[in-house]
Design a protein around this ligand. Structure first.
Ligand code: PRP
Ligand code: ZN
Length: 292
């Protein structure tokens, strides 16, 4: 019986969410705090906990079958290795949002991409930065750094940087301003292109279908309410992402109970609009699991 090996970030921005997502897919691991390998207990999927930057290589080299990593890192490796065809993105995962941006010192006088032509740009993403800038017709000198990119301008080793921005705290702390967003990124599930073999294929499909369910459930809400019978059509229209709600009569009343799974975010405004057309006893509940 084959087992799947999934690489996730050991510690950092993506690690907790990656673990949580797999846990919500029903995976349990025999873990020991400092070991890098977690054995899958009731499902043949094991975890490898590594540096996020290593994940694309582990996939390409066949050490792991799947990996959760930022699109920025995957894209960088694909460009470096010219291996776009060898990696496959299965699904964006909706967390770990950040952007790769060009940032410049507050008083640099650099205000647009056109000013970058003869400048030095420090980055840990040399291939992605060069590629994205070339597409915009700019070909500056790229200074590759493995970390602490944000201090390069004050050290005098670069005029600008191309780095990941999430909250913007790092930029502010280093008196840098974000000048241009080059790339929007989030965590995604990657694998290798090609046939993994029947057993692994089956495991992957099962895992992906659970993942789909977990992510849909996270976006969905179960809504229950009472309403006048003749308001059903209006109510259905007001429920976000609902076409066919369940409708039940209420004993001894001309009102009905309406239940529905809303596939889109339910805001207070939705509830207020429902109330305005006669709905009452409106309840919004989280959905734990979902299987289409
Ligand atoms: C990125 C980037 C900045 C920081 C920006 O590093 O290099 O240092 O995050 O985040 P902020 O806008 O919220 O301040 P990351 O955490 O990805 O570390 P890594 O490159 O070592 O994986
Ligand atoms: Zn990293």
């Amino acid at each position: 019986m084959s087992r799947l090996r999934v690489a996730i970030q050991k510690s950092g921005r993506l690690s907790e969410k990656s673990q949580e997502l797999l846990k919500n897919c029903g995976l349990r691991f025999a873990r020991s705090k400092d070991k890098l390998f977690w054995y899958g207990q009731d499902f043949p999927v094991d975890l490898l906990l590594v540096r996020d930057d290593d994940i694309p290589r582990l996939l390409l080299d066949g050490v792991c079958d799947l990996g959760i990593v930022g699109e920025n890192i995957a894209s960088e490796v694909m460009l470096e290795r010219e291996s776009e065809q060898q990696m496959k993105r299965f699904r964006k995962l909706g967390f770990g949002h950040c952007r790769l941006s060009i940032a410049v010192p507050e008083s640099s006088g650099i205000s647009s991409l056109d000013d970058l032509g003869d400048k030095r740009i420090a980055t840990s993403y040399p291939a992605l930065t060069a590629y994205l800038l070339r597409e915009k017709g700019v070909t500056p000198q790229i200074v590759e750094l493995s970390g602490s990119v944000e201090i390069a301008p004050s050290m005098g080793t670069a005029d600008a940087i191309s780095d990941l921005v999430s909250t913007g705290t790092t930029l502010r702390a280093n008196h840098l301003v974000e000048m241009e967003v080059l790339y929007e990124s989030q965590a995604a599930l990657y694998g290798r292109a090609g046939d993994p073999g029947a057993e692994k294929q089956q495991l992957m499909e099962l895992l992906l279908s659970r993942l789909e369910g977990v992510m849909q459930a996270a976006e969905s809400k179960y809504v229950m309410l009472h309403a006048p019978r003749d308001a059903l059509e209006e109510i259905t229209e007001l429920l976000p992402g609902v076409e066919h709600p369940s409708v039940m009569p209420l004993e001894g009343s001309d009102r009905i109970a309406v239940h529905a799974v809303c596939g889109e975010t339910v805001f207070w405004e939705h509830l207020e609009a429902l109330k305005a057309v006669g709905a009452s006893a409106i309840l919004v509940l989280p959905v734990e699991k979902m299987l289409a």
